[in-house]
Design a protein around this ligand. Sequence first.
Ligand SMILES: *[C@@H]1O[C@H](CO)[C@@H](O)[C@H](O)[C@H]1NC(C)=O
Ligand SMILES: *[C@@H]1O[C@H](CO)[C@@H](O)[C@H](O)[C@H]1NC(C)=O
Ligand SMILES: *[C@@H]1O[C@H](CO)[C@@H](O)[C@H](O)[C@H]1NC(C)=O
Ligand SMILES: *[C@@H]1O[C@H](CO)[C@@H](O)[C@H](O)[C@H]1NC(C)=O
Ligand SMILES: *[C@@H]1O[C@H](CO)[C@@H](O)[C@H](O)[C@H]1NC(C)=O
Ligand SMILES: *[C@@H]1O[C@H](CO)[C@@H](O)[C@H](O)[C@H]1NC(C)=O
Ligand SMILES: *[C@@H]1O[C@H](CO)[C@@H](O)[C@H](O)[C@H]1NC(C)=O
Ligand SMILES: *[C@@H]1O[C@H](CO)[C@@H](O)[C@H](O)[C@H]1NC(C)=O
Length: 891
Amino acid sequence: MEEDESRPSKRLSLLLTIAALSSILRLSAAATTDDDVMAKLAKSLWPAPSGWSGTNPCEWTGVTCDSSGHVTAINLAAKSLSGELPPELNQLSRLKSLSLQHNRLSGAIPPLTNLTSLQQISIESNHFSAVPSPFLVGLASLQTLSLSDNPNLLPWTLPSTLADSTTLTSLYADNSSLFGSIPDIFGSFPNLQNLRLSYNNLTGSLPASFAKSGIQNLWLNNQAQGLSGRVDVLSSMSQLTQVWLHKNQFSGPIPDMSACTSLFDLSLRNNEFTGLVPNSLTTLPKLANVSLENNKLQGPSPNFPKGVLVSLGNTNTFCNPCDSQVTTLLEISGAFGYPMALADSWSGNDPCKGWKSVSCDSNGAVIVLNFGKQGWAGTISPAIANLSALTTLLLNENNLTGSIPPSLTKLAQLKILDVSNNNISGKVPVFSSGVMVNTSGNPLIGKDVESGEGSSSGGMTVGGSGLTTSKSISRWVIGATIVAAVVFLVVSWLVIYKRFVKRRSGKYMCMKGSRKRSEQLKKSGDVGAKGYSGYESELPSQSSAENSSIQVYDGGNVAIPVQVLREVTNNFSEGNILGQGGFGVVYKGQLPDGTQIAVKRMESTTTTSSKGLNEFQAEIAVLSRVRHRHLVALNGFCVDGNERLLVYEYMPQGTLGQHLFKYRELGLSPLAWKQRVTIVLDVARGVEYLHSLAQQSFIHRDLKPSNILLGDDMRAKVSDFGLVRNAPDGKYSVETRLAGTFGYLAPEYAATGKVTTKVDVFAFGVVLMEIITGRKALDDTLPDEESHLVSWFRRLLNNRNSIGKSLDLSLDPDEETFESICKVAELAGHCTAREPLQRPDMGHVVTVLSPLVDQWKPANRDEEDSFDMDRHMSLPQALQKWQSSEDTRPQ
Ligand SMILES: *[C@@H]1O[C@H](CO)[C@@H](O)[C@H](O)[C@H]1NC(C)=O
Ligand SMILES: *[C@@H]1O[C@H](CO)[C@@H](O)[C@H](O)[C@H]1NC(C)=O
Ligand SMILES: *[C@@H]1O[C@H](CO)[C@@H](O)[C@H](O)[C@H]1NC(C)=O
Ligand SMILES: *[C@@H]1O[C@H](CO)[C@@H](O)[C@H](O)[C@H]1NC(C)=O
Ligand SMILES: *[C@@H]1O[C@H](CO)[C@@H](O)[C@H](O)[C@H]1NC(C)=O
Ligand SMILES: *[C@@H]1O[C@H](CO)[C@@H](O)[C@H](O)[C@H]1NC(C)=O
Ligand SMILES: *[C@@H]1O[C@H](CO)[C@@H](O)[C@H](O)[C@H]1NC(C)=O
Ligand SMILES: *[C@@H]1O[C@H](CO)[C@@H](O)[C@H](O)[C@H]1NC(C)=O
């Protein structure tokens, strides 16, 4: 019995012994690996670490092993060690902690992959030169990774495989040559508390997954190029205690951080933050230290409690208390995300002092907001409705979403609302009939996005021009208004048309397909004008290929087919472009005998709109009636299908603008003072003539250097009469549409739309300032206080010294010239007086300028410069000759 029992037990113990032996053998083989790795490590370090002697590494100083003889920890911190770590370090399979910080270790960092026990890597403050690949893979237990202050590392990026380390609590990699973006892997680190990546070259934005980590201590400051984008994610990082984002390129507003109740230190300085400092920031309970300087923050200056260390610097432009228009404008800017372009310009507490995109009337009320073509995203703020004097709101060509706020219908003065080419959705509110609303280029307009009321179209589109009106206007109203509009337009067109026909009395007219085509011309006029008032209509089917076409030349006894203009301009080739005039491109043309002409081709988009048509007709109407040596001569016009062409005399020396502002690029020599005065005197005479015609006086409305053309003798002619308005009996007319060019607009005109001849005098005064200073009327590249020429120059006027300093550098005047300059400067101030009544008339201007020119050519006063009507300016002889052979027109 005993034997029976003992035998199996002996067998068992034998088995156990064998098992134990083999297990020891196996273990010692593994431990031998560790021993070998440690021996290699010891050999590669210099000087040899003290206490690292003997063959059993488990007995070395700073080395810890588990009971099986595996190395679990190595601590050689701050031992002044040099040398390179062997890659085999990666084979220490039970390693939990590696502490080699504060030495002089160099070479590549070992791979550190698949060490599933490794909890802590501390290798900061060394001279490592590279990170291996792969690196930081499969470290399933990692809690702390610290490799800061290894500035010799080759640039590397944080590998997204770090996401394997879901137990990570601290990641320190300051000053360690990181570049690229911060990977969006922070959802994998619910326990992460410390993230320090300062002094690297990280770029891109804060990853959205920051919100899913528990980060408390966030250091991303001092990136070489700078992290960028908005920092909205901070508002959902409620555990934050210390945030250092300084010296980056973060932009947009400071988010609401009211959830971050533990935050004590916030450093946002030296970024591009804009917008208001949220009030919630000032009431954070733990906040002790906040630095905001060197940003472009705006609005009320933040009021932090006593005891908080605050630095605001002086680049932020706070107001205290803020003007109500400023408050409103900031809210409007906020809806676009406080774009930097506005933050840069919108400083101070008065939006009428040269704020970008804002124009005011003489009472200091904002009347124009021009936010067109900025590429901004965001929404249209309902606060715009608080700017009660607003006439013009341009939001076209941005990336705006959301709907048009119904509050805008309260703007009683509103005339133009242009939201074309955005991504606006929703119903268009009902505006009163005087408001031109352009909603074209918004695919979702009229669709109620939230309620999914897809197909019903609130905005009705008029062929091509995309003008809309609200759906809720009943069809009756629409119908009635269309009828009224059509009747009105037909009548007014007929009046204009008749005037032309009558004046020409068939004499200068060349028509093919006569009546039929004139019907068509009439119709296209209707459509454009109707498009403007924004009612539903159908475009009459236009086939410009129809053989019927009208070609009209006015002003000379000749007529030429439109084909000729194509020919002489090389089929309107780009090489022939002279410039971009109002509503059209101007081409140079050369007649067969070499005579040069300028042909303005109205933009095809404008020829179908009343805007374009009006300019076209106005220009013809004015120029066929007025002739003056200093007004550019119109030699004819031409209508063919949608083509509208104007033919002018060619002015070979280009525009005054080119000679003043672009002479370097164009390789011209700068204009001498004498030439400048001669030019402005020419202009003054031309405009004086316009203003003082006995029967009808005309107002140019768009005087500026680019509309002043120069001949080979550098004498000037005024051009571009597209905006000219009739001023019967010296009375003013009130414009429904503000036209002209910013920088030259007289304040009362911008404010009220009231046009008098004094509007031209103002603009002329601005041109005088431009010839004196060589600066443009508006120059965004200059500091705010200098960018609006009129405001800046008028401030200098009191002081001859400052005028001397403001001169165009190319002038370099002698004493006599400087005298002359001062007189012109004084005249410029007079012409730009705020009150129109205080401005001189052009006759006075001519009187002041004439002696300045005569100074140089005293005996030789050019008689033609007086109010002569040059009735002999018609198309050149050569053209007539050429034309006579064409036999197209009975004379
Ligand atoms: C790490 O482990 C994974 C799977 O366990 C394996 O596919 C990979 O090759 C290993 N990587 C290294 C560098 O050992
Ligand atoms: C980067 O690390 C090096 C080495 O530790 C140190 O000398 C240097 O001051 C650090 N630079 C910064 C900006 O912290
Ligand atoms: C930062 O990284 C970019 C590439 O992302 C590189 O062009 C630039 O030279 C780096 N700057 C510095 C200071 O390292
Ligand atoms: C505030 O921040 C500055 C710079 O970041 C630092 O020098 C200072 O010690 C901080 N003070 C407190 C109270 O946190
Ligand atoms: C706009 O006006 C309303 C009422 O007049 C006022 O309550 C609101 O605060 C104003 N908004 C702004 C941004 O000024
Ligand atoms: C609108 O945004 C898209 C993509 O963000 C961009 O490609 C496009 O240029 C933007 N449009 C304008 C007018 O800025
Ligand atoms: C326009 O906005 C809608 C949301 O309102 C968006 O789904 C769509 O992608 C946007 N379209 C463009 C072209 O940006
Ligand atoms: C409306 O806006 C579009 C796009 O900017 C433009 O093409 C069209 O001419 C505008 N309509 C009018 C009448 O101004």
